[in-house]
Design a binder for this molecule. Structure first.
Ligand code: UDP
Length: 369
Protein backbone atom coordinates (compact mmCIF):
# COMPACT_ATOMS: atom_id res chain seq x y z
CA UNK A 1 0.00 0.00 0.00
CA UNK A 2 1.90 3.03 -1.25
CA UNK A 3 0.76 6.17 0.59
CA UNK A 4 3.59 8.38 -0.67
CA UNK A 5 5.96 10.73 1.16
CA UNK A 6 3.73 13.74 1.87
CA UNK A 7 1.84 13.15 5.11
CA UNK A 8 1.68 10.56 7.89
CA UNK A 9 -1.07 7.94 7.93
CA UNK A 10 -3.38 8.75 9.56
CA UNK A 11 -2.80 12.47 8.93
CA UNK A 12 -2.97 14.93 11.84
CA UNK A 13 -5.71 17.03 10.21
CA UNK A 14 -5.85 17.71 6.50
CA UNK A 15 -5.00 14.70 4.32
CA UNK A 16 -7.55 13.31 1.88
CA UNK A 17 -5.56 10.39 0.48
CA UNK A 18 -3.94 9.55 3.79
CA UNK A 19 -7.39 9.48 5.44
CA UNK A 20 -8.60 7.03 2.82
CA UNK A 21 -5.61 4.75 3.40
CA UNK A 22 -6.05 4.97 7.17
CA UNK A 23 -9.65 3.87 6.63
CA UNK A 24 -8.91 1.12 4.13
CA UNK A 25 -5.93 -0.66 5.70
CA UNK A 26 -7.52 -1.77 9.00
CA UNK A 27 -10.52 -3.09 7.13
CA UNK A 28 -8.39 -5.02 4.61
CA UNK A 29 -6.41 -6.53 7.48
CA UNK A 30 -9.65 -7.61 9.12
CA UNK A 31 -10.43 -9.37 5.84
CA UNK A 32 -7.10 -11.20 6.04
CA UNK A 33 -4.94 -9.08 3.72
CA UNK A 34 -1.37 -8.52 4.94
CA UNK A 35 -0.18 -4.97 4.33
CA UNK A 36 3.26 -3.47 3.83
CA UNK A 37 2.62 0.25 4.18
CA UNK A 38 4.97 2.57 2.28
CA UNK A 39 4.68 5.89 4.08
CA UNK A 40 6.74 8.26 6.23
CA UNK A 41 8.49 7.39 9.48
CA UNK A 42 6.07 9.05 11.89
CA UNK A 43 2.99 7.24 10.56
CA UNK A 44 1.20 5.38 13.30
CA UNK A 45 -1.21 3.20 11.34
CA UNK A 46 -0.67 -0.44 12.30
CA UNK A 47 0.36 -2.73 9.43
CA UNK A 48 2.29 -5.99 9.08
CA UNK A 49 5.24 -3.83 8.06
CA UNK A 50 5.93 -0.15 7.38
CA UNK A 51 8.66 1.23 5.17
CA UNK A 52 9.74 4.84 4.79
CA UNK A 53 12.40 6.87 3.03
CA UNK A 54 11.67 9.95 5.19
CA UNK A 55 11.24 10.26 8.97
CA UNK A 56 8.25 12.59 8.57
CA UNK A 57 5.94 13.97 5.88
CA UNK A 58 7.32 16.32 3.23
CA UNK A 59 4.01 18.17 2.81
CA UNK A 60 5.55 21.60 3.32
CA UNK A 61 7.70 20.95 0.21
CA UNK A 62 4.80 19.93 -2.02
CA UNK A 63 4.37 23.31 -3.70
CA UNK A 64 8.03 24.34 -3.83
CA UNK A 65 9.73 24.81 -7.23
CA UNK A 66 10.32 21.55 -9.07
CA UNK A 67 14.10 21.80 -9.13
CA UNK A 68 14.12 21.95 -5.32
CA UNK A 69 11.86 18.98 -4.68
CA UNK A 70 12.18 16.69 -7.68
CA UNK A 71 13.99 14.07 -5.58
CA UNK A 72 11.29 13.70 -2.93
CA UNK A 73 8.96 11.26 -4.66
CA UNK A 74 11.79 9.32 -6.35
CA UNK A 75 13.52 8.72 -3.00
CA UNK A 76 10.28 7.32 -1.63
CA UNK A 77 9.53 5.28 -4.74
CA UNK A 78 13.07 3.93 -4.76
CA UNK A 79 12.46 2.47 -1.29
CA UNK A 80 9.22 0.90 -2.54
CA UNK A 81 10.86 -0.69 -5.58
CA UNK A 82 13.77 -2.05 -3.53
CA UNK A 83 11.28 -3.66 -1.13
CA UNK A 84 9.84 -5.64 -4.06
CA UNK A 85 13.16 -7.48 -4.39
CA UNK A 86 12.15 -9.80 -1.57
CA UNK A 87 9.52 -11.29 -3.85
CA UNK A 88 6.75 -11.57 -1.28
CA UNK A 89 4.38 -8.85 -2.52
CA UNK A 90 1.30 -10.06 -4.39
CA UNK A 91 -0.07 -6.70 -5.48
CA UNK A 92 0.89 -3.03 -5.24
CA UNK A 93 -1.89 -0.55 -4.46
CA UNK A 94 -0.45 2.84 -5.25
CA UNK A 95 -1.77 6.34 -4.38
CA UNK A 96 1.09 8.59 -5.56
CA UNK A 97 0.04 11.12 -8.18
CA UNK A 98 1.46 10.51 -11.67
CA UNK A 99 4.81 9.10 -10.46
CA UNK A 100 3.09 6.07 -8.94
CA UNK A 101 1.52 5.22 -12.25
CA UNK A 102 4.81 5.40 -14.12
CA UNK A 103 6.58 3.46 -11.39
CA UNK A 104 4.12 0.61 -11.82
CA UNK A 105 4.48 0.70 -15.59
CA UNK A 106 8.27 0.73 -15.36
CA UNK A 107 8.58 -2.39 -13.21
CA UNK A 108 9.75 -5.55 -14.98
CA UNK A 109 7.45 -8.28 -16.25
CA UNK A 110 8.12 -10.34 -13.13
CA UNK A 111 6.90 -7.58 -10.80
CA UNK A 112 3.58 -7.95 -9.01
CA UNK A 113 0.53 -6.40 -10.69
CA UNK A 114 -0.38 -2.85 -9.66
CA UNK A 115 -3.55 -0.90 -8.99
CA UNK A 116 -3.17 2.88 -9.05
CA UNK A 117 -6.02 4.83 -7.49
CA UNK A 118 -6.72 8.06 -9.32
CA UNK A 119 -7.44 10.65 -6.65
CA UNK A 120 -6.98 13.64 -8.92
CA UNK A 121 -8.37 15.84 -11.63
CA UNK A 122 -7.45 13.85 -14.75
CA UNK A 123 -7.23 16.89 -16.99
CA UNK A 124 -3.80 17.40 -15.46
CA UNK A 125 -0.81 15.75 -17.14
CA UNK A 126 -2.49 15.06 -20.54
CA UNK A 127 0.85 13.99 -22.03
CA UNK A 128 0.99 11.17 -19.48
CA UNK A 129 -2.64 10.18 -19.14
CA UNK A 130 -3.38 10.61 -22.84
CA UNK A 131 -0.68 8.15 -23.92
CA UNK A 132 -0.40 5.86 -20.93
CA UNK A 133 0.32 2.20 -21.59
CA UNK A 134 0.90 0.02 -18.55
CA UNK A 135 0.35 -3.30 -20.32
CA UNK A 136 -1.72 -5.97 -18.62
CA UNK A 137 0.08 -5.62 -15.27
CA UNK A 138 -1.14 -2.10 -14.44
CA UNK A 139 -4.72 -1.13 -13.74
CA UNK A 140 -6.32 2.06 -12.42
CA UNK A 141 -9.46 2.84 -10.53
CA UNK A 142 -11.36 6.07 -10.10
CA UNK A 143 -12.92 7.48 -6.95
CA UNK A 144 -16.16 8.30 -8.77
CA UNK A 145 -17.83 7.28 -12.00
CA UNK A 146 -17.82 10.90 -13.15
CA UNK A 147 -14.05 11.10 -12.82
CA UNK A 148 -13.50 8.11 -15.11
CA UNK A 149 -16.04 9.42 -17.62
CA UNK A 150 -13.80 12.45 -18.10
CA UNK A 151 -10.54 10.47 -18.20
CA UNK A 152 -8.54 10.26 -21.43
CA UNK A 153 -9.25 7.08 -23.42
CA UNK A 154 -5.74 5.66 -22.89
CA UNK A 155 -6.21 5.81 -19.13
CA UNK A 156 -9.78 4.54 -19.27
CA UNK A 157 -8.50 1.49 -21.14
CA UNK A 158 -6.71 0.50 -17.90
CA UNK A 159 -9.68 1.16 -15.61
CA UNK A 160 -11.27 -1.59 -13.54
CA UNK A 161 -14.01 0.63 -12.13
CA UNK A 162 -14.48 3.17 -9.40
CA UNK A 163 -14.72 2.94 -5.62
CA UNK A 164 -16.34 5.70 -3.61
CA UNK A 165 -14.41 7.05 -0.65
CA UNK A 166 -15.37 6.03 2.85
CA UNK A 167 -15.01 7.30 6.40
CA UNK A 168 -14.91 5.52 9.77
CA UNK A 169 -17.50 8.11 10.85
CA UNK A 170 -20.02 6.21 8.71
CA UNK A 171 -19.81 3.14 10.96
CA UNK A 172 -22.95 3.20 13.08
CA UNK A 173 -23.80 6.71 11.87
CA UNK A 174 -27.47 5.72 11.70
CA UNK A 175 -27.42 4.78 15.38
CA UNK A 176 -25.85 7.98 16.72
CA UNK A 177 -28.06 10.63 18.32
CA UNK A 178 -28.45 13.80 16.27
CA UNK A 179 -26.05 16.64 17.04
CA UNK A 180 -27.27 20.02 18.16
CA UNK A 181 -27.15 22.37 15.20
CA UNK A 182 -25.61 25.84 15.15
CA UNK A 183 -26.44 28.63 12.72
CA UNK A 184 -23.62 28.47 10.21
CA UNK A 185 -22.42 26.70 7.08
CA UNK A 186 -18.94 25.24 6.80
CA UNK A 187 -16.52 24.72 3.93
CA UNK A 188 -14.09 21.93 4.83
CA UNK A 189 -11.05 21.44 2.62
CA UNK A 190 -7.91 22.91 1.16
CA UNK A 191 -8.36 26.59 0.39
CA UNK A 192 -7.72 26.48 -3.32
CA UNK A 193 -9.53 27.77 -6.44
CA UNK A 194 -11.14 24.43 -7.37
CA UNK A 195 -12.89 24.19 -4.00
CA UNK A 196 -14.49 27.61 -4.55
CA UNK A 197 -14.04 29.33 -1.18
CA UNK A 198 -14.16 32.65 -3.07
CA UNK A 199 -17.74 31.91 -4.12
CA UNK A 200 -18.63 30.73 -0.61
CA UNK A 201 -17.47 33.94 1.07
CA UNK A 202 -19.22 36.12 -1.51
CA UNK A 203 -22.49 34.22 -1.07
CA UNK A 204 -22.27 34.36 2.73
CA UNK A 205 -22.34 38.15 2.59
CA UNK A 206 -24.86 38.38 -0.27
CA UNK A 207 -27.32 35.77 0.97
CA UNK A 208 -26.75 36.46 4.66
CA UNK A 209 -25.50 33.32 6.35
CA UNK A 210 -22.60 32.74 8.74
CA UNK A 211 -19.74 30.81 7.23
CA UNK A 212 -16.76 28.98 8.71
CA UNK A 213 -13.84 28.05 6.44
CA UNK A 214 -11.68 25.17 7.71
CA UNK A 215 -8.57 23.87 5.97
CA UNK A 216 -5.02 24.78 5.03
CA UNK A 217 -3.87 27.39 2.53
CA UNK A 218 -1.20 25.47 0.61
CA UNK A 219 1.18 24.12 3.27
CA UNK A 220 0.08 26.71 5.85
CA UNK A 221 -2.21 25.19 8.45
CA UNK A 222 -3.06 28.12 10.69
CA UNK A 223 -3.62 31.87 10.28
CA UNK A 224 -0.34 32.66 12.10
CA UNK A 225 1.62 30.48 9.63
CA UNK A 226 0.52 32.73 6.78
CA UNK A 227 2.62 35.61 8.07
CA UNK A 228 5.73 33.95 6.63
CA UNK A 229 3.96 32.55 3.57
CA UNK A 230 5.54 32.35 0.13
CA UNK A 231 3.60 34.99 -1.84
CA UNK A 232 4.19 33.07 -5.08
CA UNK A 233 2.31 30.05 -3.80
CA UNK A 234 -0.86 29.86 -5.96
CA UNK A 235 -3.13 29.00 -3.03
CA UNK A 236 -1.66 31.85 -0.97
CA UNK A 237 -2.38 34.22 -3.87
CA UNK A 238 -5.94 32.87 -4.13
CA UNK A 239 -6.40 33.36 -0.38
CA UNK A 240 -4.99 36.89 -0.35
CA UNK A 241 -6.73 38.16 -3.48
CA UNK A 242 -10.06 36.36 -3.56
CA UNK A 243 -10.92 35.04 -0.12
CA UNK A 244 -9.26 37.03 2.70
CA UNK A 245 -10.86 40.39 1.75
CA UNK A 246 -14.26 38.86 2.60
CA UNK A 247 -13.16 37.17 5.84
CA UNK A 248 -14.31 39.66 8.47
CA UNK A 249 -14.06 37.38 11.51
CA UNK A 250 -17.79 37.77 12.08
CA UNK A 251 -20.00 36.81 9.12
CA UNK A 252 -17.11 34.80 7.65
CA UNK A 253 -14.36 33.19 9.73
CA UNK A 254 -11.29 31.13 8.83
CA UNK A 255 -10.32 28.72 11.62
CA UNK A 256 -7.28 27.15 9.91
CA UNK A 257 -6.98 23.38 9.78
CA UNK A 258 -9.15 21.60 12.33
CA UNK A 259 -8.49 18.00 13.28
CA UNK A 260 -10.07 15.07 15.07
CA UNK A 261 -13.03 15.69 17.36
CA UNK A 262 -12.87 19.46 16.74
CA UNK A 263 -13.38 18.87 13.03
CA UNK A 264 -16.22 16.42 13.63
CA UNK A 265 -17.97 18.79 16.05
CA UNK A 266 -17.58 21.71 13.65
CA UNK A 267 -19.16 19.75 10.79
CA UNK A 268 -21.84 18.01 12.87
CA UNK A 269 -23.13 21.31 14.28
CA UNK A 270 -23.24 23.05 10.88
CA UNK A 271 -26.54 23.55 9.05
CA UNK A 272 -24.85 22.58 5.82
CA UNK A 273 -21.45 21.72 4.42
CA UNK A 274 -20.94 23.84 1.37
CA UNK A 275 -19.13 22.62 -1.77
CA UNK A 276 -19.08 25.63 -4.13
CA UNK A 277 -17.05 23.60 -6.64
CA UNK A 278 -15.20 25.11 -9.56
CA UNK A 279 -13.67 21.81 -10.58
CA UNK A 280 -14.95 18.29 -11.00
CA UNK A 281 -14.27 17.15 -7.42
CA UNK A 282 -13.08 13.60 -8.06
CA UNK A 283 -13.86 11.81 -4.77
CA UNK A 284 -14.84 14.11 -1.93
CA UNK A 285 -13.91 12.58 1.41
CA UNK A 286 -15.32 15.69 3.04
CA UNK A 287 -18.67 15.02 1.32
CA UNK A 288 -19.09 11.56 2.84
CA UNK A 289 -17.81 12.82 6.21
CA UNK A 290 -20.47 15.50 6.22
CA UNK A 291 -23.22 12.95 5.52
CA UNK A 292 -21.89 10.64 8.23
CA UNK A 293 -22.04 13.52 10.69
CA UNK A 294 -25.66 14.25 9.80
CA UNK A 295 -24.99 17.48 7.94
CA UNK A 296 -26.64 18.01 4.55
CA UNK A 297 -24.38 18.78 1.61
CA UNK A 298 -25.09 21.91 -0.41
CA UNK A 299 -23.06 22.40 -3.53
CA UNK A 300 -22.50 22.72 -7.23
CA UNK A 301 -23.71 19.61 -9.07
CA UNK A 302 -20.49 18.55 -10.73
CA UNK A 303 -17.76 15.96 -10.26
CA UNK A 304 -18.66 13.33 -7.69
CA UNK A 305 -21.34 15.38 -5.97
CA UNK A 306 -24.39 14.06 -7.90
CA UNK A 307 -23.22 10.46 -7.22
CA UNK A 308 -22.76 10.99 -3.50
CA UNK A 309 -25.64 13.32 -2.72
CA UNK A 310 -29.29 12.88 -3.60
CA UNK A 311 -30.88 16.25 -4.23
CA UNK A 312 -33.71 16.84 -1.80
CA UNK A 313 -32.89 13.83 0.39
CA UNK A 314 -29.29 14.13 1.61
CA UNK A 315 -28.47 17.58 0.29
CA UNK A 316 -29.27 20.27 -2.21
CA UNK A 317 -27.27 20.63 -5.41
CA UNK A 318 -27.53 23.02 -8.30
CA UNK A 319 -25.59 24.06 -11.37
CA UNK A 320 -26.33 27.73 -10.64
CA UNK A 321 -23.73 29.58 -8.52
CA UNK A 322 -26.17 32.24 -7.42
CA UNK A 323 -28.80 29.75 -6.23
CA UNK A 324 -26.33 28.23 -3.76
CA UNK A 325 -26.89 30.94 -1.15
CA UNK A 326 -30.63 30.22 -1.10
CA UNK A 327 -29.93 26.50 -0.81
CA UNK A 328 -27.90 27.07 2.36
CA UNK A 329 -31.00 28.63 3.90
CA UNK A 330 -33.13 25.71 2.66
CA UNK A 331 -30.77 23.01 4.02
CA UNK A 332 -32.77 22.81 7.26
CA UNK A 333 -35.51 20.92 5.43
CA UNK A 334 -33.15 17.99 4.70
CA UNK A 335 -33.65 15.38 7.43
CA UNK A 336 -30.28 14.94 9.09
CA UNK A 337 -31.12 11.28 9.79
CA UNK A 338 -31.30 10.60 6.04
CA UNK A 339 -27.71 11.83 5.73
CA UNK A 340 -26.45 9.57 8.50
CA UNK A 341 -28.40 6.55 7.24
CA UNK A 342 -27.06 7.04 3.71
CA UNK A 343 -23.50 7.19 5.02
CA UNK A 344 -24.01 4.04 7.12
CA UNK A 345 -25.31 2.22 4.03
CA UNK A 346 -22.87 3.40 1.34
CA UNK A 347 -19.72 4.95 2.79
CA UNK A 348 -18.45 2.65 5.54
CA UNK A 349 -14.87 1.34 5.58
CA UNK A 350 -16.24 -2.20 5.09
CA UNK A 351 -18.10 -1.24 1.90
CA UNK A 352 -14.95 0.39 0.52
CA UNK A 353 -12.66 -2.50 1.50
CA UNK A 354 -14.94 -5.12 -0.10
CA UNK A 355 -14.97 -3.06 -3.28
CA UNK A 356 -11.17 -2.84 -3.32
CA UNK A 357 -10.79 -6.56 -2.65
CA UNK A 358 -12.86 -7.32 -5.72
CA UNK A 359 -10.74 -4.89 -7.75
CA UNK A 360 -7.58 -6.60 -6.47
CA UNK A 361 -8.94 -9.87 -7.86
CA UNK A 362 -9.57 -8.23 -11.22
CA UNK A 363 -6.08 -6.75 -11.27
CA UNK A 364 -4.46 -10.07 -10.42
CA UNK A 365 -6.46 -11.87 -13.09
CA UNK A 366 -5.56 -9.24 -15.69
CA UNK A 367 -1.92 -9.40 -14.61
CA UNK A 368 -1.80 -13.07 -15.39
CA UNK A 369 -3.56 -12.58 -18.73
N1 UDP B 1 -9.69 18.05 6.56
C1 UDP B 1 -9.46 18.15 7.92
N2 UDP B 1 -9.33 19.38 8.46
C2 UDP B 1 -9.46 20.51 7.74
C3 UDP B 1 -9.71 20.41 6.35
C4 UDP B 1 -9.81 19.16 5.79
O1 UDP B 1 -9.37 17.16 8.63
O2 UDP B 1 -9.35 21.60 8.31
C5 UDP B 1 -9.81 16.71 5.97
C6 UDP B 1 -11.24 16.43 5.55
O3 UDP B 1 -12.00 16.07 6.68
C7 UDP B 1 -11.04 15.33 4.52
C8 UDP B 1 -9.71 15.72 3.86
O4 UDP B 1 -9.06 16.59 4.78
O5 UDP B 1 -10.90 14.08 5.16
C9 UDP B 1 -9.92 16.41 2.52
O6 UDP B 1 -10.23 15.44 1.63
P1 UDP B 1 -11.07 15.72 0.31
O7 UDP B 1 -11.04 14.45 -0.48
O8 UDP B 1 -12.39 16.26 0.64
O9 UDP B 1 -10.24 16.84 -0.43
P2 UDP B 1 -8.80 16.87 -1.12
O10 UDP B 1 -8.14 15.55 -0.89
O11 UDP B 1 -9.07 17.20 -2.57
O12 UDP B 1 -8.09 17.98 -0.45
Amino acid sequence: MNAGPWLPVPPHGYGGIENVIATLVPELRRLGVEIVLATVGDSELPAEERLAAYPSGRFEQLQRPYNQVCGVVPAHQHAVVRRLDRGDIDLIHDHVEAAGLTMLAGLGVDAPPGLHTLHWDLRKHPELYGTFNGGSRVRVNGVSADQLTHAPAALRAHAVGHVHLATPLADGADRRPPAEKGAYAVVLGRITPGKGQDLAVRLAHAAGFDLVLAGPVGPYQQPADLEAADPQNPDVRFWQEKVAPHVDGDRVRWVGTVAGADRDDLVAAAQATLFPLRWNEPGGTAVVESLALGTPVVGIARGCLPELVEHGRTGLITTDDEELGELVHAAGKIPEFECRAEAARRFTPAVMAEAYLSLYEKVRTAGHG
